[in-house]
Design a protein around this ligand. Structure first.
Ligand code: BG6
Length: 489
């Protein structure tokens, strides 16, 4: 039996995400032989272009981990031969019917599966879903659609989007991407926890004092201010990326590794979260700053940002899970743009050793003796555990040092980009890393009241200089919950 043809249509092919992430990820999958023998890639957008022009764009903007490999150029040539372009409107059934004809022609009439990647603004998701499903669905095989945030701005608009999409697509055809779930260390979180005896038994309020989810970028919203100002950092990073990681971190053991079992557990955690209190949140916005001869623009200096905007570019929050495992344990989140460093990590701070015999060696600051497990998602993936150790010698001096698993030192292979993992999973119909609609609802239900309150009360963000460590308010918030940020100590 002949293998089905796979047609991948990137809708919004001339956009940034397509150029930076989707085409490079598809090429990497092709290079590594993960795409089926018969595959074709179509770019679809309004821009008038022909196949050759699309191929030029793909090859010129293609930067990925494969770049330096031998025969990359040959492989690229083979890949580009499978890439085509069709220009059309996003709400035109007629134009999608034309696309369908072209797809059929290239597919050659056999069994075919079709994947659509909607790399377009969400206000046209529904138009495209409608046209693609009615005019360009596969007749012989499956049709799947990948969408990516923003899924609305709050619970209401997100549910409405879901309702509209479901007029044209079944839930099992919709693949909602949160690209943080495709990151290597996020996938490893469950492996680490569930397949090591030394971790899972400690994974509760009995041994864990607090957990921190930290995201920082060392650049501002340059060029994306228009998009960003409508969302802010809470919607851009916390409600999705950090909350997804929190859910994976805190969920109960799933019945199996099956997608539904895992997502059932994640939803349960999300629905067990205590409503977020305004006093458990602080927000910030970066301001211009000069260092020596160099000056860095503030958020409000971005011409695409409305004057006087109070949209936060930084936020920190303390969240709690009302269940037996996590009762009373602060889950802290911190996310910010234009900070001093680019990093994403999970930090788990353990409780003090009861009746620690070596207490006096730590002076009055027992926090210095806290064990801490760190998963550094990026850059430079690593897992390390801070432990107390005797400094060799005749005295009795203790030192907090690291058991360190540095990926770069331990593994020779490259770490695939998140989009490679997620595209491959969508092709294979593996839904584990995609967001189910009830998960999305639960995530919005948690953050919507807070966002409304911040906006209604017009809470002004605390200003922090570009390139700094963020507003001091974040320290007070942590201190209030008896926590110190692990990344700053
Ligand atoms: C996106 C946000 O979802 O994630 C961006 O919209 C952010 O604002 C980006 O820069 C960060 O992703 P990564 O993979 O570079 O950490």
């Amino acid at each position: 039996e002949a293998e089905a043809t796979l047609s991948i249509t990137v809708v919004g092919a001339s956009g940034d995400l397509a150029k930076k992430k989707i085409f490079p990820a598809l090429f990497a999958l092709f290079y590594e032989d993960f795409l089926p023998e018969n595959f074709i890639v179509f770019g679809y957008a309004r821009t008038r272009m022909n196949d050759v022009e699309l191929r030029n764009i793909i090859s010129q903007t293609l930067t990925c981990r494969i770049d330096k490999r031998e025969n990359c150029a040959d492989k690229m040539e083979q890949f580009l031969k499978r890439c085509y372009y069709h220009s059309g409107q996003y709400n035109s059934e007629e134009h999608f019917a034309e696309l369908d004809c072209k797809l059929k022609e290239k597919e050659g009439g056999g069994l075919s599966n079709r994947l659509f990647y909607l790399s377009i603004p969400p206000n046209i998701f529904v138009d495209v879903a409608k046209c693609a499903s009615s005019k360009a669905s596969s007749i012989s095989g499956w049709t799947r659609v990948i969408v990516e945030k923003p899924f609305g701005r709050d619970l209401e608009s997100s549910s409405e989007l879901t309702r509209h999409l479901k007029q044209y697509l079944r839930e099992d055809q919709i693949f909602r991407i949160d690209h943080y779930l495709g990151k290597e260390l996020v996938e490893n979180l469950s492996v680490l926890r569930f397949s090591n005896l030394v971790f899972e038994p400690l994974w509760s309020r009995n041994y864990i004092r607090n957990v921190q989810f930290i995201f920082s970028e060392d650049f501002g919203t340059e060029g994306r201010g228009g998009y960003f100002d409508n969302y802010g950092i809470i919607r851009d990073i916390m409600q999705n990326h950090l909350l997804q990681i929190l859910a994976l971190f805190a969920m109960e053991t799933p019945v199996s590794l099956d997608a539904e079992d895992i997502r059932n557990e994640k939803v349960k955690v999300l629905r067990s979260m205590r409503p977020i209190q305004l006093e458990d949140v602080i927000t910030g916005q970066y301001k211009g700053h000069s260092k020596g001869a160099k000056s860095y623009p503030g958020y409000l200096d971005d011409p695409t940002v409305p004057k006087g905007s109070i949209t936060p570019t930084f936020a920190a929050a303390a969240l709690f899970i009302n269940n037996a495992r996590w009762d009373g344990v602060p889950f802290l989140m911190k996310a910010g743009k234009a900070l001093h460093t680019k990093r994403a990590e999970i930090r788990v701070q353990f409780r003090h050793v009861p009746g620690n015999l070596y207490k006096r060696n730590f002076g009055t600051d027992l926090d210095k003796a806290t064990n801490e497990l760190v998963l550094r998602l990026q850059p430079d993936e690593a897992i390390y555990l801070k432990i107390n150790n005797k400094v060799p010698g005749l005295g009795m001096r203790l030192d907090r040092s690291d058991l360190n698993l540095l990926y770069r030192a331990r593994y020779t292979g490259e770490i695939p980009d998140a989009y490679e993992r997620l595209l491959l999973d969508a092709i294979e119909g593996e839904r584990r890393l995609f967001i189910r609609s009830d998960e999305l609802d639960a995530a919005w239900a948690l953050f919507t009241p807070l966002l409304k309150e911040l906006e209604e009360k017009k809470i002004a963000p605390e200003l922090y200089p570009y390139g700094s460590r963020g507003p001091v308010g974040a320290h007070y918030l942590a201190a209030k919950h008896n926590v110190r940020w692990g990344d700053l100590t």
